[in-house]
Design a protein around this ligand. Structure first.
Ligand SMILES: Nc1nc2c(ncn2[C@@H]2O[C@H](COP(=O)(O)OP(=O)(O)OP(=O)(O)O)[C@@H](O)[C@H]2O)c(=O)[nH]1
Ligand SMILES: [Mg+2]
Length: 333
């Protein structure tokens, strides 16, 4: 069975090739002759416990939404790169899944991915939710960071909801455990203090030609961003465990003659009972998810969007290597 918020004119069970534009391949060497002298470029990994605000921060740093944000933990699943231009520097921020004690296979893939993101970076930025302080998760991250030689900075986030005394105390404690080159105190939500991160890091990335086109905010293919947007709405609207055991894939993407875009996506769940929850009473839940996703997508790609959502049961999708590949994750054995 399938459901949608609009009238589908195709059979959703068909396996459509994905036709969305891709722009995730960095070009080798200088991109064009007009690149100024003295350019710099580098990767900055944002790591931290789930819910620390990494995705909110990357969106602020880049100036547009590249990574989805929810109030729930474990929102980000794969590595998302967001690109900010600052003076002559191209700063490629790497948003990573929150680091926590993994239980399931998917957890393990997410945590491995986060550390992988840290390894490829020129600078590692550790984000701490200042209101929470150094909890068990952050403590084990600090422990593991000790052995990594890459330059590190500390970002205390959520200063809008944290007392000043606590902030200073936290900065001191974290710096006693690890030598950070710099400590920032910011509100990723309001943008307070974020500029100083850009100022600092743009001076510290290596001399290098820019690695991506100047006007490209992300290396995420649009079809994946589109699936992520729907997953964000799913996370926001469904309670309990369900969001963690569902995944979204963009199956088809067609640009129509009138300039609108027709997108088909499938929400995978593991059991029939979960499917009824996603659909909701008389399809109310999926309707509201679909509407919210469609509106946001239309804003991002700046054209009318027809979104068709289907819900499918795929038992044990979380043990299927193919689903991991779609999400951009390595499949842990
Ligand atoms: N008050 C306040 N809330 C914030 C701030 N930054 C992020 N948040 C909130 O914290 C929650 C988690 O934010 P995310 O950006 O999704 O956190 P994350 O670290 O990417 O989480 P995972 O992807 O699950 O690891 C959301 O509800 C955000 O709105 C901040 O500076 N102040
Ligand atoms: Mg995130």
């Amino acid at each position: 069975m399938s459901t949608e918020n609009d009238t589908p004119d195709d059979n959703a069970e068909d396996d459509f090739p994905a036709k969305a534009p891709r722009f995730d391949i960095p070009l080798p060497g200088p991109l064009d002759a007009s690149m100024p002298e003295g350019t710099k470029a580098g990767f900055i990994a944002l790591i931290g416990a789930p819910n620390a605000g990494k995705s909110t921060l990357i969106n602020q740093l880049v100036g547009t939404k590249v990574s989805i944000v929810t109030h729930k933990v474990q929102t980000t699943r794969a590595v998302v790169r967001g690109i900010a231009m600052h003076d002559k520097s191209q700063l490629i921020f790497v948003d990573t899944p929150g680091i926590f004690k993994p239980k399931r296979r998917l957890d393990r893939a997410m945590v491995d991915t986060a550390w992988g993101g840290a390894r490829e970076a020129d600078v590692i930025a550790l984000l701490i939710d200042a209101r929470k302080g150094i909890d068990e998760e952050t403590e084990s991250i600090l422990e593991r960071l000790k052995d990594i030689q890459t330059p590190k900075v500390l970002i205390l986030n959520k200063i809008d909801v944290t007392k000043r005394d606590k902030l200073l105390d936290l900065a001191q404690k974290a710096n006693e455990l690890i030598r950070f080159d710099e400590t920032f105190m910011v509100s990723a939500l309001s943008g307070d203090g974020v500029q100083s991160i850009l100022d600092y890091i743009s001076e510290r990335v290596p001399d290098s030609p820019w690695l991506y086109p100047e006007d490209q905010p992300s290396d995420l293919p649009l079809r994946i961003l589109a699936a992520e947007i729907t997953r964000e709405k799913l996370f926001e609207r469904l309670h309990q465990e369900l969001p963690y055991i569902s995944t979204v894939e963009t199956e088809d993407w067609q640009e129509k003659k009138d300039g609108s875009v027709r997108i088909e996506q499938t929400i995978y769940v593991e059991r029939d009972s979960q499917k009824s929850i996603v659909l909701g009473k008389r399809g109310q839940a999926i309707k509201s998810i679909s509407q919210a996703a469609r509106e946001e997508l239309a804003e991002i790609i700046d054209t009318k969007v027809h979104l068709f959502l289907f819900v499918k049961v795929r038992e044990n999708w979380a043990d299927d290597p193919e689903r991991y590949r779609e999400m951009g994750l390595e499949f842990p054995k």
